[in-house]
Design a protein. Structure first.
Length: 256
């Protein structure tokens, strides 16, 4: 059951200023990172604080990780979300698959999906960010609405990819997660703006530790292909031929 006392005790006040919001997120960053067992290479403060806009700079805005850092979700329901934010793993995926069957309003999966439903893929202003927080407060107060929103979000995710030549492929946001939750061990997402393919898995590794990625660099001198931020679970390429080579290794590794 929801620990309502815990939620009320820690929760962000209704009329909190942006300064108070930043302060609260900053004070909870390391708790969230530790709770989620984030890798050392992750910039924990940046992963959360950089999503908060200011009067001078728009930002990515609200997500489930910020909902935890702002204590808008009960602390005894934050572990799954904390882990998903920067340490996606098989245990999490299996938990979501299981809990999504019943979608109890106070399950960790329901809280995660409800918060995720408010994520937008553009830069937001301060008023837009505050609107997101207020919208989430409605989901806190109405358990059945929260459950309905979570169910809709789950269905959106698993419909955000398609099978192409037996490969789960997405050109939509949330497609990788949808493929994982729908039973696939890996998936490919194409980002049109970056003109890149991203290959991901929730398993420990894609099996590409010894793969010889292209050394081609972009105009800024950064490698175009290879692990994203050193991840063994998430890599990128802009080449069809390299993608085919990667997928051959990945399928042999995960199916072996």
């Amino acid at each position: 059951m929801m620990d309502s006392k815990d939620l009320k005790q820690n929760q962000l006040s209704q009329n909190a200023s942006m300064q108070e919001i930043r302060k609260k997120v900053s004070s909870n960053v390391h708790r969230i990172a530790k709770q989620g067992n984030w890798p050392e290479y992750i910039d924990a403060k940046g992963a959360l604080c950089d999503r908060i806009p200011s009067a001078k700079k728009k930002a990515s805005g609200f997500d489930a990780g910020l909902a935890c850092a702002l204590d808008l979700i009960p602390r005894n329901r934050q572990k799954l979300i904390s882990t998903l934010h920067a340490a996606y793993n098989e245990k999490c995926v299996l938990q979501i698959r299981e809990e999504a069957d019943k979608m109890l309003p106070d399950s960790e999966t329901c809280w995660w999906l409800a918060a995720s439903s408010l994520v937008v893929y553009k830069k937001l202003s301060v008023p837009e960010f505050q609107d997101q927080i207020n919208d989430f407060r409605l989901l806190i107060q109405d358990a059945m609405l929260r459950r309905d929103v979570a169910i809709e979000m789950f269905e959106t995710m698993i419909k955000s990819y398609q099978m192409i030549n037996k490969i789960p492929l997405s050109v939509k946001n949330r497609g990788l997660q949808g493929a994982y939750l729908d039973g696939h061990d890996f998936a490919v997402q194409y980002h049109e703006t970056e003109a890149k393919f991203f290959i991901g898995t929730f398993k420990e590794s894609l099996g590409l530790d010894n793969f010889k990625f292209s050394q081609e660099k972009d105009e800024n001198g950064n490698l175009i292909s290879g692990p994203v931020f050193g991840s063994r679970q998430y890599v990128a390429t802009n080449s069809f031929s390299e993608l085919n080579q990667i997928l051959k290794v990945v399928r042999n590794h995960l199916n072996g």
